[in-house]
Design a protein around this ligand. Structure first.
Ligand code: PLP
Length: 281
C-alpha cells in the first residue's frame, strides 16, 4: 500500500501526470526513514530535515508534523515486515511547463514503504571497498533534492568498479559519499567533516556523533583533507539503510591494516544497542 495525494492504494494503481514538476524538472525533495519493529527511527529529526529541504526549495510543507506521523503510521501498518524503510517524496505539483513557480498548484505527495534490507553480514566482517571521485554536485547538498543525477552517475562509477560507494572530494577535502556520510579515524580519534552546504546532514551521522560523545570516544568535527582520508586508520560509512559500514579498501589500497577497525566495532555495537532501545521504547 502506498500513499499518493491523500489516498492509500496499491502501487500498481498509483499514477502521476507527465507534467508533474518532479518528472519535468526534478523539482522536489525527499526523505528516507528507517522503521525498526514498526517504529520510525529518529522521526522528529527526519521531519526537521524535511522542513529544511522544503525551505531550501521554497515549497510550503503540505502537512503538519502530526499529519505526517498519522500518514506514516498508516503506511507502516499496511505494509509487511517489522523493519521497513519509508520513502517520502514531495514535488511542486502539476503545471504547464515553465521554470518559474506555478501559482495555486498543490504539491504532489508520494510515500511508499519497502522491506529494510539488513546490512550484509559479510561486508561487516571484511569491510567494503570504495573509490574516490571529484564532487561535481551543486552547492546545496544540504537539501535532500530529488534531482539526483550527479549522485546517480557518481554511484555508478563505484558499481562499475565493483565498489560499494564513491567517496567525494571537493577542492582536496572530503565531503561525503554519493549516498552516505563518511567519517575517518586517525590515531584513535573519530573525525567528521563539519555540516555545511556541501553535504547532507545525515541522521545517522548525528547518531554516531551522539554515541561517540556519550561513550567518551575521542572525536573531532573538522575539515578532513583528501590526503588525511587516504592515510586514515579507518574509514566509516553511515546512512539510514546501511547503518555503519567499514570501508577497508579505498581506490584499491588497504585502509589502515585493511580490516574493520576497533572504532568501527565499538560504534557498530553501540548503534545496535541504541536501535534496540528505540525498539523497546
Ligand atoms: N549523504 C547523502 C548524499 C545521502 O544520500 C544520504 C542518505 O542516503 C546520506 C548522506 C546519509 O543520510 P542519513 O543518515 O540521513 O540516511
Amino acid at each position: 500500500m502506498i500513499y499518493l495525494n491523500g489516498k492509500f492504494m496499491p502501487i500498481e494503481e498509483a499514477f502521476i501526470p507527465v507534467l508533474d514538476r518532479g518528472f519535468i524538472f526534478g523539482d522536489g525533495v525527499y526523505e528516507v526513514i528507517p522503521v525498526y519493529s514498526r517504529k520510525p527511527f529518529r522521526l522528529a529529526e527526519h521531519l526537521i530535515r524535511l522542513q529544511h529541504s522544503l525551505d531550501g526549495i521554497r515549497l510550503k510543507n503540505p502537512c503538519s508534523n502530526d499529519e505526517w506521523r498519522n500518514i506514516l503510521e498508516q503506511i507502516i501498518a499496511n505494509n509487511d515486515g517489522e523493519d521497513q524503510y519509508l520513502y517520502l517524496h514531495i514535488t511542486r505539483g502539476v503545471a504547464k511547463r515553465d521554470h518559474a513557480f506555478p501559482a495555486n498548484v498543490s504539491p504532489t505527495v508520494f510515500i511508499m514503504s519497502n522491506p529494510l534490507p539488513q546490512p550484509p553480514e559479510e561486508l561487516l566482517k571484511t569491510g567494503a571497498s570504495a573509490i574516490t571521485a571529484n564532487d561535481n554536485r551543486w552547492i546545496r547538498c544540504d537539501v535532500k533534492a530529488i534531482s539526483l543525477l550527479p549522485n546517480v552517475l557518481l554511484r555508478q562509477l563505484a558499481v562499475d568498479r565493483h565498489a560499494l560507494e564513491t567517496i567525494l572530494i571537493r577542492n582536496q577535502f572530503l565531503t561525503e559519499g554519493a549516498a552516505s556520510n563518511i567519517f575517518i579515524v586517525k590515531d584513535k580519534v573519530l573525525l567528521a567533516p563539519p555540516k555545511s552546504n556541501l553535504m547532507l546532514p545525515g541522521i545517522t551521522y548525528d547518531v554516531v556523533l551522539e554515541l561517540a560523545a556519550a561513550n567518551q570516544i575521542p572525536h573531532e568535527i573538522r575539515e578532513i583533507s583528501e590526503t588525511e582520508t587516504r592515510m586514515a586508520d579507518e574509514i566509516l560509512l553511515t546512512s539510514s539503510t546501511k547503518e555503519i559500514m567499514p570501508i577497508t579498501l579505498l581506490d584499491n589500497h588497504p585502509v589502515g591494516d585493511g580490516k574493520p577497525g576497533e572504532l568501527f566495532r565499538q560504534l557498530h555495537a553501540l548503534y545496535q544497542e541504541y536501535k534496540a532501545t528505540h525498539m523497546r521504547g
